[in-house]
Design a protein around this ligand. Structure first.
Ligand SMILES: C[S@@+](CC[C@H](N)C(=O)[O-])C[C@H]1O[C@@H](n2cnc3c(N)ncnc32)[C@H](O)[C@@H]1O
Length: 400
């Protein structure tokens, strides 16, 4: 039986009793992510006129031209970006009132534009994703993701092939929870926790505490609202931070969840070892990791690669990885290993379904041009993923 180390008391004080706050270890999580501290506004204070629900026409045209100018620098055309963000729903509206047809007010629109810039610039300047760019990507897509797919940001797992999307999303969460051997009273880390829906489910079903870490400021903000609304604030806490430089002491957690996040977190080859090192460091000896992620056995063609990046913000080569081998090389024991690839494929049918059955809403949000392009790109990506994909679901134990 593992004796509770003193560090765990530190975790308990910092993350379970105090209300969620950023920077409770003397420095902010934003610092870790290399960003401005979240104690100050993320960008210049929003002037009052931008907080109006409906912008004046001259304000619209000023914003429009600003978007167009920035858009010249991005891999997407300005028109595509404007179409993509003009009609979006504010996550606040979804959470607060369920009004899914509300339009962005200028402040929300500006924040979307800012996220689009932060996501796009690394691709233009570094020619690759960066940790902050990934955070910005999730800032940008979260409200659409919730509207079209729900509160879990992962593929569905369809062992019976007859599940609804919601059931399949939950089944995936439950599978990873089981692989992590989560027990009542355990202290569990959820790396790249999305908006906390999987953390909430695992906490509720297993009677454990879950601490989620996420690089996306918007997802942490929405996630805290969700956890509050579910009445789970005592059990689940979400913090903004970078999974590659965790602010937790060694051996703080009984289990670690890694639900379809590893490839998102690992923007470079080096980062893959850093991620596994960090998991090893914060996990107690004898503790388990529940892991799942889409990977490819080989890089796809250039054309498929382009389509994949447009849909997922990944290139194919970034997904080529043998996770079981990497975890083994770091000393983890693989206690269970499954390939759930075939059981995740029905999720694509749902994604395609959004673009056909909800075509009007999709076209309104993204613009017809971009929506049609995505429909074509899905037609290239799905067969490629079917042929080259693998989806390891692993139960990994740190030796005692
Ligand atoms: C595909 S989503 C999965 C989310 C969640 N696990 C779920 O199943 O709903 C990937 C998540 O990883 C987060 N993420 C990406 N890079 C990260 C990093 N370096 N540190 C922490 N979180 C990160 C994203 O913001 C996003 O929430």
């Amino acid at each position: 039986m593992w004796a509770k180390p003193p560090q765990r008391d530190f975790v308990a004080r910092s993350f379970m009793i105090e209300p969620p706050k950023v920077g409770c270890h003397g420095h902010t999580h934003a610092d870790e992510a290399g960003e401005r501290p979240t104690t100050s506004p993320p960008w210049p204070t929003i002037p009052a006129w931008r907080q109006l629900a409906v912008p004046r026409p001259d304000e619209c045209s000023r914003l429009d031209s600003a978007v167009r100018r920035v858009g010249q620098l991005l891999p997407y055309s300005a028109e595509e970006m404007m179409d993509a963000h003009k009609g979006s729903v504010s996550p606040k509206d979804v959470v607060a009132s369920g009004d899914r047809s509300a339009r962005l007010n200028p402040a929300e629109w500006a924040s979307k534009l800012w996220a689009a810039c932060r996501m796009g610039f690394p691709l233009v300047v570094c020619r690759r994703r960066t940790v902050r760019g990934v955070g910005a990507y999730f800032d940008l897509i979260t409200d659409d993701g919730r509207l079209f797919y729900g509160d879990s940001f992962h593929f569905g797992y369809y062992p019976r092939k007859t599940e609804t999307l919601d059931e399949a999303l939950d089944a995936h969460t439950d599978l990873v929870g089981q692989l992590a051997r989560v027990t009542p009273g355990a202290v569990v880390l959820d790396l790249g926790c999305g908006i906390g829906a999987p953390a909430a489910r695992i906490a509720r079903l297993n009677g454990c505490r879950v601490i989620g870490v996420n690089i996306s400021r918007e997802q942490v903000r929405e996630g805290r609202l969700l956890i509050d609304a579910l009445g789970l604030s005592e059990q689940v806490e979400l913090h903004r931070g970078n999974a590659l430089t965790l602010a937790f002491p060694d051996r703080s957690f009984d289990a670690v969840l890694c639900i379809e996040v590893a490839a998102d977190i690992c923007v470079t080859e080096n980062a893959r070892d850093r991620l596994v090192d960090e998991i090893w460091r914060v996990l107690r000896p004898g503790g388990y990791v529940g892991f799942s992620d889409l990977a490819l056995s080989e890089a796809p063609s250039r054309r498929e690669d382009k389509a994949l990046r447009a849909i997922f913000y990944h290139t194919g080569s970034e997904l080529v990885e043998d996770w079981p081998a990497r975890f083994s090389a770091h000393g983890f024991h693989i206690r269970e290993q499954h390939d759930i690839h075939a059981e995740t494929m029905p999720t694509w049918t749902h994604i395609e379904g959004v673009y056909s059955h909800q075509a009007e809403e999709v076209d309104r949000r993204y613009g017809k041009h971009l929506a049609d392009r995505t429909r074509r790109q899905l037609g290239e990506v799905i067969p490629m993923v079917r042929d080259l994909g693998t989806f390891p679901a692993l139960s990994l134990q740190k030796p005692i």
